[in-house]
Write a protein that binds this ligand. Sequence first.
Ligand code: HXC
Length: 285
Amino acid sequence: MFTPDTLHGKSILITGGGSGLGLAMAKHFAAHGANVAICGRTEEKLRNAAAEITTVKQPHTLVLTHSVDVRDYDAVGVMIQRLIREFGSLEGLVNNAAGNFLAPSEDLSPNGFKSVVDIVLHGTFNCTQHVGKYFITQQRQGSILNIVTTYTETGSAFVLPSACAKAGVYALTTTLAYEWGVYGIRVNAIAPGPFPTEGAWSRLMPTQEIQDKYVKKVALRRVGKHEELANLAVFLMSDLASYITGECVTIDGGERLAGGEFNLFATEFDRASLKQMFYAMKPKK
Ligand code: HXC
């Protein structure tokens, strides 16, 4: 279905593109002809990721990195202006940067709640508004893709800040798809199920036993391959999807049909053991 120039002529920014699913998407975009920019908080991670992307990218395409915290509105603005200058234009944004951890909601500190909501919801707004203003003023028919979760609509136990923030990102997706449709801007979302990454799984899967139980809840009885998600992202960012907007595509092997993603913790363990387990996963200051 795709060719090496499926994304030719598009420059795309992927937030949190230095690792995990963000990097998988960035590599796939570059392999299909896009210029890609990745941003994140850790410069070294971005440098290593850029080297990986370079090994698969099409000739004559560019790879840029920019170190930024998406929570910082002004710094995001500076980044967007730099990318437009260096690429010559910008056609796409993937809001992938996220934060998440397991915690009983009654034990969450206000700052813990705020950190996740700031990264996921405010970070998405910050990037989307800067890019959207550019698309509108320059009359570019760009595309925005937001990474949400399978619990956006159902919620899920023990990930309250993420569930709230991702529900907000879904609302942003449908709201702007309609509001900015008149400018030819498409806004879509992907809801990925279990795609193992170091960042997410170290924070969300306490033990191998739990992982195994979790995978048994997936209708297809396996986790996803990064390439499966990246293919969907290429499609949605490409002109093949030019009449799709306001859509959220779930790619989860049927996992959502079993109920809230982390609800199994509530039914499989007593609260005291859960608290112990989550506390052991919490970074020590
Ligand atoms: C309870 C925790 C905690 C934990 C952090 N906090 N980890 N509370 N349990 N495990 C609290 C801290 O105590 C602190 O509150 C507050 O959160 C901020 O923590 P910091 O480390 O100071 O903040 P920061 O460096 O900004 O880190 C943000 C973060 C961190 C979200 C907490 O985990 C992070 O950087 N994550 C980025 C990567 C990531 O999470 N990837 C997974 C995304 S997966 P106090 O009150 O002590 O100051 C995803 C999709 C899931 O979202 C889909 C399912 C598969």
